[in-house]
Every structure is written in structure tokens, then in C-alpha cells.
Write a protein that binds this ligand. Structure first.
Ligand code: PLP
Length: 399
């Protein structure tokens, strides 16, 4: 008999973290690797946020806090939703978690039963499917390729919903594609969901502030307010404020679901780190100007990267609306390299391996995101690194 549980055997290590670790190992062995796999901003956490954490330590805020978060942070989250999104949530309708990842994990464990179906549009963030499987639910992956701008069509959603459907995951701006849904697109999806009252909706708005176009951000609740009683809005400070290591995410939704998430949290991590909560409070309540220079840098790199990819043989890349990733369609490049005998298989995995092993660039294959034939790079790294990495990729693709 197997010592390990069927639960853990059903999932895999996060592929982005695995590739990042492999690239780091090669680097420590002295190889000149450029890592474009990790999904975290390359900026320092803004000074006023760090200062708030230091002040929290000096004030002795280093003990347990309420499981769902300190009142000041929960109030800041309520205000954020009111002022930025136009949503009215009470304090008992929000919860603070140990990163965005834990809030998604708690949500899934709180609402999913074995056999429930979770609709996940692909390309999707690597963890959604595995988290659903930890909860013994079944991920239902809906392919949304480059031809449809990587966005779910209302007809696809309608066709996938059945009596077992429990949850639909939305992520806009998307990791890995950067695709952003417009208000009209969300209205059309909302109309489908309004017809199926047994379905819960989770929106992962983690990249709301990494806005590359300046267009107003919309959540599906802006388009279909009637979904509020069964919608959970997930967000966090990791990407907007360059706070990935602080581990603070948050969620808003119906009080009974938030309470269930709190009960799970009370039996796993207890409260998120007290010091990080004070820092997150400063991030949400303080001036939002600190986001601007980061987004300006992302915009510049984004344009550079997309232009370069589109000039390379066998790649086709869309402009993103948000986040800091480019997700080129590499199907032609893979086929070219295979025909030239440079890679052994026609797969994105073989391409990523070839780029890492022979050209010292770490990228994540699209199959990690449920989209074979693509790859993801993060442009949360310096322009110098990007120039060099893209030169290497260009050279690698010439057959
Ligand atoms: N959601 C998306 C779409 C992400 O890309 C990430 C991080 O990569 C997360 C959630 C998790 O964020 P956190 O680091 O706060 O757990």
C-alpha cells in the first residue's frame, strides 16, 4: 500500500516554482541562466509599507491576531472594495489569508465536495486545477486559445455547466496570458451565470493594479450585480505592491462562505503573520502612487517583449491588458525546431528544455497552464535581462 495519500498523489508541485528552482540550481553551478519563469515583481516593497512593518514590530504587534485578520486591515479591505470597485461589503464579509493562494485553497475546501465540477478556462493559473483536486473535485478545463483572445466565450460556459457544476473560476487580468475581460464580455458571461443559480463564481483579481492599458478594471460583479450572493472576490497585495514574500491575500463574499473559510483557517495556519497584516494595511490605506512607477516599467517592457516575439520565426504574441507576462503561441516554432532536429518532440516541454539547457533561458511551457504549444515569460525583470534573454531566444528559434 502507498504511504502517501491519494490526495497528494493526485497533484503535482507547482511547475513554475519547479522550473524556477531548477534555473536557480544551474545558476548556482555557475551557468549564465536568465530566469523568466518566476511570477513576481522585481521591485523592492515600497518604503512606507516596510516602515509600517517595522513600527508594528516595535509596538509589539507580534502576537496572535483574530484568525480572519486585524480589524484595521479588514476595514482597509472594505474601503478598497467600496472606493475602487464600487462594492459594499461588511467587515464580516471579508477575510485575510496567507497569500492569495491560501484564500483560494480555503474557498475550495469550504465549498467543494468530491465529484463536484469546477470550470476553469485555460490557459489558467497553474494552481487552480490542483487546488480543486485537493478538494477532491473535478477540474473541467475549457480551452480558450489565442484565436479567441484567451477568453472564455459565453457559449462555451453555457455548454459546460451541468447539475454537478459547483464553481467557475475567473482570472482577469490573467496569469499567464494577460487577457482582460471588458465590461461587455463580463455582461455576456454574467447573463449565462444568472440562469444557473446553483453555480458559485470565484474571481481572482490579483493583477487588478498591474494594468497595462489604463482602461478601467471590471469585475464580473460590476457587469452582473445579481451574482453577488454567490460570488467570491479574491485579491491580495502580492503583485500590486511587490509584496510576494509577505504572504497576504484577501477575499470578500457571502458571510457564511467567509465564515467557513475562517473555520478552516483556524484549524490550519491561524492568523496570517501579524507584522505582514500591518504592512498590508499601510499598502491599502496609504498613497497608491507607489504602484505607478512599477506599472510604467511593466508597460515599457511589455511593448518591447511583444514586438520582439512577433518578429521571431514561428511565434505569435498578443498584447496583454494586464499582469506582467507574455504568452506567445509557439506551435510553428516548435514544429520548425522539430523538423530541423533541434528538439526531439513536438511539445512545449521540449522547447522549454531546449531553451534552458542549450540557450540558458528559463521559460514555463504552456502545458503547465493547460495550453500546449505556448510558453510564458515574465517580464518582471530588468530591460537588460530581457534584451539578452530575447536575443538568446531569437537565436534559438532560427533553424
Ligand atoms: N492568483 C494568481 C492569478 C497568481 O498569479 C498568483 C501568484 O502567482 C496568486 C493568485 C497567488 O498569490 P499569492 O502569492 O498572494 O499567494
Amino acid at each position: 500500500a502507498n504511504v502517501l495519500s491519494a490526495r497528494v498523489l493526485s497533484i503535482k508541485e507547482s511547475p513554475t516554482l519547479a522550473i524556477t528552482a531548477k534555473a536557480a540550481r544551474y545558476k548556482s553551478e555557475g551557468r549564465p541562466i536568465i530566469g523568466l519563469a518566476a511570477g513576481e515583481p522585481d521591485f523592492d516593497t515600497p518604503q512606507h509599507i516596510k516602515d509600517a512593518a517595522k513600527a508594528a514590530i516595535d509596538a509589539g504587534y507580534t502576537k496572535y491576531t483574530p484568525v480572519s485578520g486585524i480589524p484595521a486591515l479588514k476595514k482597509a479591505i472594505v474601503n478598497k472594495f467600496k472606493n475602487e470597485n464600487g462594492f459594499d461589503y461588511a467587515v464580516n464579509e471579508v477575510i485575510v489569508g496567507v497569500g492569495g493562494k491560501q484564500t483560494i485553497f480555503n474557498l475550495c475546501l469550504a465549498v467543494l465536495n468530491p465529484g463536484d465540477e469546477v470550470i476553469i478556462p485555460a490557459p489558467y493559473w497553474v494552481s487552480y486545477a490542483d487546488i480543486a483536486m485537493v478538494a477532491e473535485a473535478k477540474p473541467v478545463i475549457l480551452e480558450c486559445g489565442i484565436e479567441q483572445g484567451f477568453k472564455l466565450l459565453p457559449s462555451q460556459l453555457e455548454a459546460a455547466i451541468n447539475s454537478k457544476t459547483k464553481l467557475v473560476m475567473f482570472n482577469s487580468p490573467s496569469n499567464p496570458t494577460g487577457a482582460v475581460y471588458s465590461l461587455e464580455e463580463l455582461k455576456a458571461l454574467g447573463e449565462v451565470l444568472l440562469k444557473h443559480p446553483h453555480v458559485l463564481i470565484a474571481t481572482d483579481d490579483m493583477y487588478e493594479h498591474v494594468n497595462l492599458t489604463g482602461d478601467k478594471f471590471y469585475n464580473i460583479l460590476n457587469a452582473a450585480p445579481g451574482l453577488k450572493e454567490r460570488c467570491i472576490v479574491l485579491n491580495g497585495v502580492s503583485k500590486a505592491y511587490s509584496m510576494t514574500g509577505w504572504r497576504i491575500g484577501y477575499a470578500a463574499g457571502p458571510a457564511y462562505i467567509i465564515k467557513a473559510m475562517e473555520i478552516l483557517q483556524s484549524q490550519s495556519t491561524s492568523n496570517p503573520t501579524s507584522i505582514s497584516q500591518y504592512a498590508a494595511e499601510a499598502a491599502l490605506s496609504g498613497s497608491q502612487d507607489c504602484i505607478k512607477p512599477m506599472v510604467a516599467a511593466f508597460k515599457e517592457r511589455h511593448k518591447y517583449v511583444v514586438d520582439r516575439f512577433n518578429a521571431m520565426p514561428g511565434l505569435s504574441c498578443l498584447m496583454a491588458g494586464g499582469a506582467f507576462y507574455a504568452f506567445p503561441d509557439a506551435r510553428q516554432a516548435i514544429s520548425n525546431l522539430h523538423q530541423a532536429g533541434k528538439i526531439k518532440e513536438t511539445s512545449d516541454m521540449a522547447l522549454a528544455e531546449y531553451l534552458l539547457e542549450e540557450h540558458n533561458v528559463a521559460v514555463v511551457p504552456g502545458s503547465a497552464f493547460g495550453a500546449e504549444g505556448y510558453f510564458r515569460i515574465s517580464f518582471a525583470t530588468s530591460m537588460d535581462n530581457l534584451r539578452e534573454a530575447l536575443d538568446r531566444i531569437e537565436k534559438a528559434l532560427i533553424v
